[in-house]
Design a protein around this ligand. Structure first.
Ligand code: FNR
Length: 220
């Protein structure tokens, strides 16, 4: 069997889900990008600001279509095999900005999240590291067909956790790198040796029917 890494590398979109210039989540995302590059992946490191959008509004969508930020996000999502997002926790949940981006992006067909492998991480000054927000972020992503990696990484006391070249604590740094590498291994195996039969249907509560189903065609 040919080595997967000898053919096409894994394309990974990485971004921090914070608009703040000095975001600790963007910092963690940049570290994940570095680990991914060192592991042989091709990385697209993005900023949340590049995907800026007004609040989702059905009237705006009907009048003007989907705005430029979510369109750019869709394009970059479609160009990747996998994505890594480091998201802040706001009030024990995900920030409204990332939920808004997911909602706009979910309006495209085919469904851009469908089948993409995702790794979730967070950084927070708190002792829990923002993990609570990741459980909420997992819900819409899985609903939209993303394969969200079971292991998530949360960096606690993140305002004190960094040194210039990464996470200061060596044991924590090793755990972080292992988490990213484990995710990449799974995404790479799925890219090169797909074996899962799947079909995404967005379940909106109605019984199955042509008018109600939002279905993406199953790739042959
Ligand atoms: C927070 N923060 C926060 N942290 C946390 O661990 N759990 C939480 O529930 C919240 N809630 C919360 C709500 C709001 C509105 C703000 C603005 C902040 C603190 C948050 O983790 C901290 O500001 C991080 O620095 C935000 O991430 P970035 O922007 O640095 O990436």
């Amino acid at each position: 069997m040919p080595s997967p890494t000898s053919s096409s590398p894994l394309n990974v979109l990485v971004f921090g889900a914070s608009l703040r210039a000095d975001s600790i989540n963007q910092k963690l995302a940049a570290l994940a990008a570095r680990v991914a590059r060192e592991s042989g992946a091709q990385v697209d490191l993005a900023l949340m600001r590049e995907f800026d959008a007004p609040f989702y509004d059905g009237d705006l969508e009907a009048a003007q279509g989907i705005p430029g930020g979510p369109t750019a996000f869709r394009d970059r999502l479609l160009a990747c095999d996998a994505f890594v997002v480091s998201s802040p926790e706001y009030n024990a949940s995900m920030p409204g900005t990332i939920k808004n981006l997911i909602d706009w992006t979910s309006r495209f067909r085919p469904q851009p999240f469908d089948g993409k492998h995702g790794l979730l991480m967070s950084a927070s000054p708190s002792l829990a590291g923002g993990k609570g927000g990741l459980w909420s972020l997992r819900i819409p992503l899985e609903h939209l067909g993303s394969r969200v990696f079971p292991d998530m990484f949360s960096l606690a006391m993140a305002h004190k956790a960094f040194v210039d070249d990464g996470i200061a604590d060596p044991a924590l740094r090793a755990r972080f790198e292992k988490n990213v590498q484990a995710f990449l291994s799974l995404a790479e195996a799925a890219k090169h040796y797909p074996c899962m039969k799947r079909a995404w249907v967005e379940f909106l509560g109605e019984p199955p029917g042509v008018g109600e189903d939002r279905v993406d065609p199953v790739p042959s």
